[in-house]
Design a protein around this ligand. Structure first.
Ligand SMILES: Nc1ncnc2c1ncn2[C@@H]1O[C@H](COP(=O)(O)OP(=O)(O)O)[C@@H](O)[C@H]1O
Ligand SMILES: [Mg+2]
Length: 233
C-alpha cells in the first residue's frame, strides 16, 4: 500500500446568502495516496470545484480537517499555506490563467521565481519542461500567440515547475477542441508515470474519466455511495 499523502475528513463548506445558509460540501472524506490517480465526476453545481480548491489549499473549509502526510494543514497561516502550496501542489484550471504580458517560458518560470529559485536553475527546469510538453518551439511566444491546447500545456508546465507531489486539475480539457483535448489528456498520464505524481482531476469527459483507475461521483456536495451505472462512463 502506498503512503496516504492527502487526507480530508468531514470537509464542509457553507456560504451565507442573506439569511440563508447554503451547504455546498457536506462532510466529505477523501484519502489520496502517493502516486495515485483519481477523477471526480458530477453534475455542474455539485461542489467539485469547491472541493478541489479546498484540497489544494486555495480555499479553507467551514469545518473539517485536511492532513498532508499526517500534518494538519488548516493550522497553518495563509502565508505558510502559500509556501506549502508552492512546493507541493500544482493546479491546472479550465482556463489557463497565463499572464498576457509574459512569454510562455516566463509564465512557466513564475512559481519558481516567486520561491526564490535562481534564474539559471529556473531556466534549466523550464527548458526541460517545454521539451517534455512538446512546446519548445513556442517558448518565446506570448499567450495570445498560442493555440488553446498550447496554452493549456504551458499551464501544465507551470503547475509542474516546482515538482509538486500532487497535481490538481479542474476540467483541464473542458475548453479545448477534440484533438487538443486528447493530447492534453495523454499528457496527464505520461507525466503521472514519468514524475510519479498523484493526480486528482475533475472532468465531464466520460472518455477521459474511463482512463482513471479510481472514479468518484459527487452529487449535491457529497460522494454518491452506490457504484455509478456503467453508462455514466
Ligand atoms: N462564493 C460562493 N458563494 C455562494 N455560492 C457559491 C460560491 N461558490 C460556489 N457556490 C455555489 O456552490 C455550488 C457548487 O459550486 P462548484 O463547486 O463550483 O460546483 P461544480 O464545480 O461541481 O460545478 C454551486 O451551487 C455554486 O453556485
Ligand atoms: Mg467546477
Amino acid at each position: 500500500m502506498s503512503e496516504v499523502l492527502l487526507s480530508a475528513r468531514g470537509l464542509s463548506k457553507v456560504y451565507s446568502q442573506g439569511d440563508q445558509e447554503l451547504e455546498i460540501l457536506k462532510s466529505v472524506d477523501l484519502d489520496v495516496s502517493a502516486g495515485e490517480s483519481l477523477c471526480i465526476l458530477g453534475a455542474s453545481g455539485a461542489g467539485k470545484s469547491t472541493l478541489l480548491h479546498i484540497l489544494g489549499t486555495l480555499d479553507r473549509p467551514t469545518s473539517g480537517q485536511l492532513f498532508y502526510r499526517g500534518e494538519n494543514l488548516l493550522y497553518k497561516s495563509d502565508q505558510e499555506l502559500a509556501r506549502f502550496r508552492n512546493q507541493k501542489i500544482g493546479f491546472v484550471f479550465q482556463f489557463h490563467h497565463l499572464l498576457a504580458e509574459f512569454t510562455a517560458l516566463e509564465n512557466i518560470m513564475i512559481p519558481a521565481r516567486i520561491a526564490g529559485v535562481s534564474a539559471s536553475d529556473c531556466k534549466r527546469r523550464a527548458g526541460h519542461l517545454v521539451e517534455v510538453l512538446g512546446i519548445e518551439s513556442r517558448q518565446t511566444h506570448y499567450p495570445s500567440e498560442l493555440s488553446g491546447g498550447e496554452r493549456q500545456r504551458v499551464a501544465v508546465a507551470r503547475a509542474l515547475m516546482r515538482e509538486p507531489e500532487i497535481l490538481f486539475a479542474d476540467e483541464p480539457t473542458g475548453n479545448l477542441d477534440k484533438e487538443n483535448c486528447r493530447r492534453v489528456q495523454d499528457l496527464f498520464f505520461e507525466l503521472k508515470a514519468r514524475l510519479n505524481l498523484s493526480l486528482v482531476v475533475v472532468t465531464h469527459d466520460a472518455q477521459f474519466a474511463s482512463r482513471f483507475p479510481r472514479r468518484l461521483l459527487m452529487e449535491d456536495g457529497r460522494w454518491v455511495q452506490h457504484r455509478p451505472p456503467m453508462e455514466f462512463f
